[in-house]
Design a protein around this ligand. Structure first.
Ligand code: CA
Length: 227
């Protein structure tokens, strides 16, 4: 479950929100001043920050600005009054959303869900594509492109290529490749790996004149970062 950091110096509000969030199943941390909040936001692996603007030490606006220099963690600002200047400043500093106190807890919970979902989608879309030089794999659609060209790969060719790229810069033995890509023990017949490596080289290395897949003598194969 997501971990939520509440940065709020008013202990009554912090406590109330904490109880509601825990009831919903979230993990909760509390910081009562700006500096502690900044430190926890950056180092405690939190998934979302509820950030009050009027804080002792660093203001919420400043905390928000400093978090954004290092992290994309979702931030929902809590403003004490309906102060448009504060809201605008918070959003300018990269906050995702804001709530005006006093707020209805149901609305806060809804906004937290929205912010967390958006973040999950962003993270997923980030790891959607694996890239080495001009070669791109879309791991959702299982398609591969070299520059603008779509590569026509069989299922096993694609899986072998994806496994090599996911483990780039590591020399992989034929046995490892067999076990990971073919899912079962081939009883020592690793020729099949060599055959599929040859197919991939024909379709990529030979076709585009690059050196993508290297043979590591006595070990197996490797794809390095620099092609
Ligand atoms: Ca406050």
């Amino acid at each position: 479950m997501a971990k939520i950091l509440i940065v709020e110096d008013e202990s009554k509000i912090a406590r109330f929100v904490e109880l509601e969030l825990k009831y919903e199943g979230y993990e909760v941390e509390i910081a009562v001043d700006g500096r502690t909040g900044l430190d926890k936001a950056l180092h405690d692996n939190v998934d979302l920050v509820l950030l009050d603007i009027m804080l002792p030490g660093l203001s919420g606006i400043e905390v928000c600005r400093r978090i954004r220099m290092e992290s994309l963690v979702p931030i929902i600002m809590l403003t004490a009054k309906d102060d448009v200047t504060d809201k605008v400043a918070g959003l300018d500093m990269g906050a995702d959303d804001y709530m005006t106190k006093p707020f209805a807890i149901e609305e806060l919970l809804a906004r937290i869900r929205v912010a967390l979902n958006r973040q999950t989608k962003m993270v997923q879309s980030k790891v959607d594509v694996l890239q080495i030089g001009d070669l791109k794999l879309n791991i959702t659609s299982h398609s591969a492109h070299y520059g603008e060209d779509e590569l026509v790969l069989t299922k096993k060719e694609y899986e072998l290529l994806e496994y090599l790229i996911r483990n780039k810069n590591i020399a992989l033995t034929r046995d490892q490749l067999l076990n990971k890509v073919w899912d079962y023990e081939y009883l020592g017949d690793t020729n099949v790996v060599d055959v599929y490596i040859r197919y991939l080289r024909q379709k990529i290395d030979d076709k585009y004149g690059i050196h993508l897949i290297s043979t590591v003598r006595g070990v197996g194969y490797i794809i390095k970062d620099e092609v």
